[in-house]
Structure formats: structure tokens, C-alpha cells
Design a binder for this molecule. Structure first.
Ligand code: HEC
Length: 190
């Protein structure tokens, strides 16, 4: 409150009043390589996860997909992290699993973009000091609605499994094209 009042009257420099992480737009040339590595990691996680999810739902139905999202996602995520030398994860403004809670810089980004159509959400690159933070939006597609759409339309088995595992689930009620969440990466600048 006190800080904010100082900012308003302009006694502090604009820079020290900036709250939250600094967005890099455009990305400085010397950091483009690191951003590229982060984007490759995000692309790989999206591809492997949605591929596994799709085939699990096709062969075993949506209830089988729950195992992919809950169990395989963790091993796929740590696999990408070690192969690319980054930290990587999924998060959202509406969480199903608390262990996916956003880091502070991701939380700031999510607060800005929550509720927008996914197509209007730009990826972000943030300066975190010794690290860079790179974040990309995840849109809700038809496949996702099996487990993140209208709970009234969930197959009984999905409803039961989700209720049992995630009593505080907030990740429902999405429609196609909504922003479902994000994939984020932290990578060393050097
Ligand atoms: C078969 C059910 C199912 C489908 C289909 C599904 N999810 Fe999920 N999703 C889950 C479950 C279960 C979790 C919680 C995983 C965990 O325990 O980490 C989850 C978690 C997430 C998270 C992590 C944040 C959070 O809320 O915990 C994101 C982001 C996400 N899903 C996005 C998607 C997207 C995008 C799609 C479509 C491409 C999708 N999901 C399809 C079941 C599903």
C-alpha cells in the first residue's frame, strides 16, 4: 500500500515500481538460442503427451486417459526436462492437481491471460535473473473436454475417478478454444 502510494506520486523510478517479472519482448539476440531450446522442450512435451493421451482415450476410453494425464505426464515431463536440461511443467489458473500450482512468474502471466480465448494468448518470455522463463498457452481441444469440459457430460467412470482423486478439482467447465492452461520452462541463461 505504502509502496504503491509512492509509485503513484512518482517518488520512485518507474523501474523499481514495476511489479513482477520482466517480460522480454522482443527477445534479445543473445538469448534467442536459449528460448529456442525452451520452445523445443515445450513442443516435445505437448506432442508426446497429447499423442499418448489420444491413443489411450481411443483404445481404453476417457477413463484410461486419466492414468496418462496423472501418471505418464510426470515421467514424460521429467524425461523432457533431463533431455533438454531445463525445468518444465504444466500449470493453470484453474487447477486439477495442486502439485501443478504455478510458480510466481507463471502466476503473474496466468492472471493476465486467464479467461481469454487461447488463440488470443501470446507466449511469453521472462527475465528471471539467472534464468529465463518461457511459457506457452494450451488451448482446450475437443479431446480435452472429455475430462475438462462440462461434468454433466462426463462418462460415469470419468466422473467417479476424477471425484475420487481430485476432490478440489477446478479444471472443469472449459469449452473448445478456451485457454486450459500453460506449459512453462525455466532455463539457465548461460
Ligand atoms: C482422460 C482425461 C483427461 C483428458 C482427455 C485431458 N486431461 Fe488434462 N488432466 C487430467 C488429469 C487427471 C489431470 C491431473 C494430472 C495430475 O494429477 O497431475 C490433468 C491435468 C492437466 C493440466 C495440468 C494443470 C492442472 O490442472 O493440474 C493441464 C494443463 C491439462 N490437464 C491440460 C489438458 C489439455 C490441454 C488436454 C487436451 C489436449 C487435456 N488436459 C486432456 C485429465 C485429462
Amino acid at each position: 500500500m505504502w509502496i504503491r502510494a509512492l509509485c503513484v506520486v512518482g517518488t520512485l523510478s518507474a523501474l523499481s515500481c514495476q511489479s513482477g517479472p520482466k517480460r522480454l519482448d522482443p527477445v534479445p539476440k543473445e538469448l534467442e538460442g536459449k528460448v529456442g531450446t525452451a520452445q523445443a522442450a515445450i513442443g516435445e512435451l505437448k506432442k508426446t503427451l497429447s499423442g499418448k493421451l489420444q491413443s489411450a482415450v481411443q483404445t481404453g476410453g476417457p477413463a484410461a486417459g486419466i492414468e496418462v494425464c496423472a501418471t505418464d505426464a510426470v515421467s514424460l515431463t521429467s524425461g523432457v526436462a533431463s533431455s533438454k536440461g531445463v525445468e518444465i511443467g504444466r500449470s493453470s489458473h484453474k487447477l486439477r492437481n495442486e502439485t501443478n500450482a504455478p510458480r510466481p512468474w507463471v502466476k503473474t502471466y496466468l492472471a493476465e491471460v486467464a479467461g481469454k480465448p487461447a488463440k488470443d494468448v501470446k507466449p511469453g518470455v521472462f527475465d528471471l535473473g539467472a534464468k529465463l522463463g518461457v511459457v506457452e498457452p494450451l488451448g482446450a481441444q475437443a479431446l480435452c473436454l472429455n475430462c475438462h469440459g462440462d461434468p454433466q457430460k462426463f462418462p460415469a467412470e470419468v466422473k467417479a475417478k476424477l471425484g475420487e482423486r481430485y476432490p478440489k478439482d477446478q479444471a472443469v467447465g472449459f469449452a473448445e478454444g478456451d485457454l486450459r492452461g500453460v506449459v512453462w520452462v525455466e532455463i539457465d541463461k548461460k
